[in-house]
Design a protein around this ligand. Structure first.
Ligand SMILES: [Zn+2]
Length: 393
């Protein structure tokens, strides 16, 4: 048995008033006591200023190496090269305190296949290739299907292969030229077929949606989550009150994919595309403020791996951005721990300091509840009971 102790503790949902001593045995949390609780005699205890669950990034692309051509090069990589990219990405997440990731865009099922074997990386929930239209956003990943019947069959293929979520591209995307971020890729009937079929098999659906019509259609189709949720029109982002109310009432998880590497600009071809769309990261943050005022439930996924601005291990920066957008600190922390685990179907496995869950833990220097940048001052990272080596290997 080992112990991890701090006078400040966040359990994935709220602050624990007495701090915490978390006892770990065989990779599982065996006890959660207050910090003043005497550890069993021979139990080694690691101390830190604050203790919280390991972080969860609900939107990553482990196949992406964060280079300027991260997604463009996917079809050129050999299976071995792809495995190397995934291994490096997983280690970058772990070293940033991210012990669980949800992969929302896969090449050749590489991430799904790996996620079925228990490796030494973070826990992975994966979608496989996102559903998209011919020539549509991320079509090169291999998830093209159209028409309700073919889409239902594609969902069943994901179930059979062991995917833990269905990802559908409801609009075009910034990184796929010749797709339109403002308009819808699928009909409402097609999107409903995907949501119904996935729910039949117990899988949640999350929709990539930039344009306002795509966000509205995603909400109408019964998806569980919306990625980006940019609500873009040709005159900038708009959040109609009726849409905001439906997002809140339906309890849809909104992952605005904030978080970026400070001081890094997107590559020129991406900047040109963003300029053509008429949207900047700052505009998007202003839109997140509106979503926050409306009361939506956020997840702190980052889109890690897609380019130099989006490195793996970025979720602490996403939490910082959410707080800057007005999200209360405990709520922002929950969006990367307890709520994130619930949203991705792992509430009984990770995301909280609770007996019986996997021992995914962080000790940080500072109080993340009063200063979320403390998440970047890692002392100890524990992934399924194993201490992660934090120095760059
Ligand atoms: Zn993405």
């Amino acid at each position: 048995m080992r112990g991890y102790r701090a006078d400040i503790a966040f359990d994935g949902e709220r602050r624990l008033p007495g701090g915490a001593l978390v006892l770990v045995e065989d990779g599982v949390i065996a006890g959660v006591e207050s910090a003043s609780f005497p550890a069993p005699g021979d139990c080694p205890v690691t101390d830190g200023a604050a203790l919280l669950p390991g972080l969860i990034d609900t939107h990553v692309h482990l196949c992406g190496d964060s280079s300027p051509r991260a997604l463009d090069q996917l079809a050129e990589l050999s299976p071995d090269q792809l495995q190397d990219v995934i291994t490096i990405a997983e280690q970058q997440h772990l070293r940033a305190g991210v012990t669980t990731v949800r992969d929302l865009g896969d090449q050749r099922w590489a991430v799904v296949d790996r996620s079925r074997a228990a490796g030494d990386g973070p826990t992975v929930v994966a979608s496989g290739p996102p559903l998209t239209v011919p020539g549509g956003h991320c079509a090169s990943m291999g998830g093209v299907a159209t028409g309700p019947d073919a889409l239902r069959a594609a969902v069943r293929e994901r179930v059979d292969r062991g995917a833990g979520v269905v990802k559908i591209m409801a609009s075009g995307g910034v990184l796929t030229p010749d797709t339109d971020v403002f308009s819808c890729q699928f009909t409402l009937e097609e999107m409903r077929a995907v949501a119904e079929e996935a729910h039949c098999h117990g899988l949640p659906v999350t929709a990539h949606a930039h344009g306002l019509p795509a966000v509205e259609r995603a909400v109408g189709s019964g998806v569980d989550g919306i990625e980006h949720c940019s609500c873009l029109t040709r005159d900038g982002a708009r959040l109609p009150r009726a849409l905001a109310e439906r997002l809140v009432e339906a309890g849809i998880y909104v992952c605005p994919t904030v978080g970026r590497v400070p001081g890094v600009e997107p590559p020129p071809h991406v900047q040109a595309r963003l300029a053509a769309i008429g949207s900047t990261f700052e505009d998007h943050l202003a839109h997140v403020v509106e979503l926050q005022k409306a009361g939506v439930r956020f997840l702190a996924g980052t889109d890690a791996g897609i380019g130099p601005v989006k490195s793996h291990g970025l979720v602490p920066m996403a939490v910082v951005d959410l707080v800057a957008c007005g999200v209360p600190t405990a709520d922002a922390l929950a969006s990367a721990t307890g709520r994130a685990a619930l949203a991705i179907g792992l509430r009984q496995r990770t995301g909280r300091l609770a007996v019986g869950l996997g021992a995914d833990l962080l000790l940080v220097d500072g109080d993340p509840l009063s200063d979320v940048t403390a998440l970047q001052r890692l002392r100890t990272v524990v992934s399924r009971g194993r201490d992660v080596t934090l120095s760059q290997g």
